[in-house]
Design a protein around this ligand. Structure first.
Ligand code: GDP
Ligand code: MN
Length: 380
């Protein structure tokens, strides 16, 4: 779950990371007033859950309340990378001397948190990462030990930071680390962390991504989820305990268990097909759950066939078959549905599906082949 910049900045404040004065607004009128309160020069920042807002025109520097109002009008009416802007953050403008990049993120390769820093922060950091990767320093952090004093100094030296900023820079990194650990974040990024003309160090931007699987222990953070900004199908899925991730293909997949769901997608790809989604219905297979999964899959009009692949363990295959049949009555999909059941009470389950308009298969291989043929209208 990704937080908005203004939400991330409120967490920064809690952890003592300096941010500019600012407030959130949803109308140009409010922006004008906030600008007056903040002294007349502000940055108006679209609050959308994508990066690169600056380059996309979603961030404007206004030099007067009237200008702020006009820019806010424009930004609130625009889309940034296809996402409509509903709110803007109005921050007191600061004059920038230097832009630093700083982040802590999960690193799969080292299987550790990784700290990245660069003196070439700002909107071109992605380009720097490709063209001048040596300008971004990377240090893994032992999760049990955390960041040590010498590491903080090493990072400061590596990005050529003036000695007078070492203390505050070290404090900011330590705060980022604490936030990352406490909140079960997968990314905490400040880009840019600026040194101002009057020698202050301030986090001008903030990006935090939280681990969805840990939200149960952070109800206060879970509440920050912005449903407006998320894919409606994924929200619907979450309501029923269904994990759904949309992909680009034409074969809808309805599977129990994340591993089996991935294996199903692999087999489809192996045989030359394209899965339309990842979907794990989790434990149980009530008709409500299967129906919800059907609706989510069918919302994508590109889907031309659905492949149901269920391993009956504690949830027996006959229960699954009943769930599927009842869900079929509720949703009435107009495209072919291929079912493969295996595990406890497989025979009973398959028997229940006989004589219906469901296409059954004995093996995953056959089921995937049938799904591809039905989706493409040709045999393979
Ligand atoms: P992003 O493009 O989505 O990463 O948005 P940022 O919040 O990082 O803003 C993009 C760029 O706008 C920054 O790198 C700064 O160069 C510039 N910017 C943001 N706030 C200010 C400000 O208060 N003063 C000035 N002069 N520039 C700013
Ligand atoms: Mn940024």
């Amino acid at each position: 779950m990704r937080l908005h910049e203004y939400q991330s900045k409120s967490l920064f404040t809690k952890y003592g990371i300096p941010i500019p004065n600012g407030r959130i607004a949803s109308s140009a009128q409010e922006v004008k007033q906030i600008c007056e309160e903040l002294g007349g020069k502000v940055v108006i920042k679209s609050q959308v859950l994508v990066g690169g807002r600056g380059k996309a025109g979603g961030i404007r520097l206004a030099k007067s309340p009237l200008e702020a109002e006009a820019f806010a009008e424009q930004i609130l009416a625009m889309e940034v990378k296809g996402i409509p802007v509903r709110k803007v953050l109005v921050d007191e403008a600061v004059s920038i001397d230097k832009e630093i990049y700083l982040s802590i993120a999960n690193d799969r390769n080292s299987q550790k948190p990784i700290l990245m820093a660069s003196s070439a922060g700002g909107v071109d950091i992605e380009e720097t990462a490709v063209k001048n990767p040596e300008k971004i320093i990377k240090r893994t952090v032992d999760p049990l030990i955390g960041l040590r004093e010498y590491q903080l100094r090493d990072i400061a030296i590596s990005i050529d930071l003036d000695r007078k900023f070492w203390k505050i820079f070290g404090e900011i990194i330590s705060a980022v680390w604490r936030l990352y650990v406490d909140c079960d974040a997968t990314i905490v990024e400040i880009n840019p962390l600026v040194i101002t003309a009057d020698d202050r160090v301030i986090a001008l931007d903030a990006k935090i991504v939280l681990d969805d699987n840990s939200l149960f222990r952070h109800p206060d953070l879970a509440e920050m989820r912005d449903l407006d900004a998320e894919d409606p199908a994924e929200i619907e899925g979450r309501k029923f305990g269904v994990v759904f991730i949309k992909l680009d293909g034409n074969i809808g997949c309805l599977v129990n268990g994340a591993g089996l769901a991935m294996a199903t997608m692999d087999i489809i790809k192996l045989l030359g097909g394209e899965p339309a989604n990842f979907l794990d219905i989790g434990g149980g297979a009530s008709s409500e759950k299967v129906a919800a999964a059907f609706r989510i899959i069918l919302a994508d009009t590109k889907v031309k066939a659905i492949l149901i692949n269920v391993f009956g363990g504690i949830t027996r295959c006959d229960e699954v078959a009943r769930g599927i049949l009842e869900a079929m009555k509720k949703v009435k999909p107009k495209i072919p549905v291929i079912v493969r059941l295996v595990g406890t009470n497989k025979e009973e389950g398959m028997k229940m599906l006989e004589g219906t308009n469901l296409i059954t298969a004995d093996s995953l291989f056959t089921a995937a082949k049938l799904a591809i043929e039905n989706a493409q209208g040709v045999s393979i």
